[in-house]
Design a protein around this ligand. Structure first.
Ligand SMILES: [Zn+2]
Length: 326
């Protein structure tokens, strides 16, 4: 056996030794509502925003690798003041879910990102109160519930509110139940930390229409990394409100949060490695500064070891291939 193959086999064993299975992997996909070509993301090598048409082959590849779960992020053709495309029955996420459920049925579990920031002109996760720049929590929560409902109606298995608004889980749960979607689960972004690690993703989702996207300040609703108690309180609230699983995001710098949730609440957790974490490993590897496979495995293993039940990562397909090398 060649050295490279031997190294991959060893990495596959390492993943297995921390208990990682393919069923724990959730593969993010970006779907764009404009043009007919896929769009490579400069700051995220090997990741593309694909067209609705291309989703079929993408999901076929994912299923062939043994991954059974995806998370859809939509990139609409147009933004407006209130992010109306987010709630449209013919929005990009809604159309993608409908198409994939028709083509693949239960072979793929679909999680949808429920937020407004990719659809409005401010890039913020909430709607503003009148002319001032304060986020109107209650109005935003009502809109998030409407978005989640359209995703459930399209066929989403799980909806994932990521706006960090107070009361978003209660409101979404009651709207889903009221409309007969009791089986649709809620994966709540309870611990989404304020961070510049989201910038590589924003370079594609925001840069065209929001010139100063790099200086977007979401600290009034996202969590500060300095306050573990506040983080625990947010998580506890979301569990009480009816979340089925909670997300910790970013991931690798928040292993203590993952362990804390596991220990304190014994509740299902998904850890999401964000675009900046991906870009750090990819850019260092592309410069030959680190061994890419080793670092993918080290970072993903650490999340599993800390207590993550699911892992949302741009490395999912590579990790599935390494698991096959054992
Ligand atoms: Zn958002």
């Amino acid at each position: 056996m060649q050295n490279g193959q031997l190294a991959k086999r060893e990495l596959g064993w390492l993943l297995n030794s921390v208990g990682l299975k393919k069923k724990h992997l959730v593969c993010p996909i970006f779907v764009r509502d404009r043009g007919n070509k896929q769009y490579h993301i400069a700051n995220m090598p090997d990741v593309a925003a694909i067209t609705l048409e291309k989703t079929t082959t993408q999901i076929q590849d994912i299923i062939e690798l043994g991954i059974s779960s995806i998370m859809i992020f939509g990139l609409p053709a147009e933004r407006d003041d209130v992010g109306s495309q987010a709630v449209s029955q013919n929005g990009i996420v809604q159309n993608t879910v409908r198409k994939l459920k028709m083509e693949f049925g239960d072979a793929i579990s679909i999680v949808t990102d429920v937020c407004i920031c990719q659809y409005n002109l401010s890039g913020h996760c909430g709607l503003f109160e009148g002319k001032n720049d304060l986020v109107d929590n209650d109005r935003t929560v009502r809109m998030l519930s409407d978005i989640a409902l359209t995703h459930a109606q399209a066929g989403a298995d799980l909806v994932a509110p990521s706006a960090m608004m107070d009361g978003q889980v209660t409101s979404i749960r009651s709207s889903l139940d009221e409309h007969g979607y009791k089986k649709t689960k809620i994966l709540s972004y309870s611990a989404k930390h304020f961070s510049s690690l989201y910038s590589p993703f924003r370079s594609i989702a925001f840069s065209k229409q929001i010139r100063d996207y790099k200086s977007l300040d979401k600290s009034s609703y996202q969590i500060s990394y300095s306050n573990l108690r506040d983080c625990a309180r947010k998580i506890e609230n979301d569990i009480r409100e009816g979340a089925d699983m909670i997300v910790v995001k970013p991931s690798i710098m928040y292993l203590d949060v993952i362990s804390m949730v596991k220990e304190k609440f014994g509740f299902p957790i998904a850890a999401q490695t964000v675009s900046g974490e991906y870009a750090m490993i990819k850019s260092a590897a592309n410069n030959n500064w680190i061994n890419e496979n080793e670092w993918k495995v080290t970072s993903i293993s650490a999340l599993k070891r800390a207590g993550a039940d699911s892992i949302i990562s741009y490395f999912c397909k590579d990790i599935a291939r390494l698991l096959d090398c054992r």
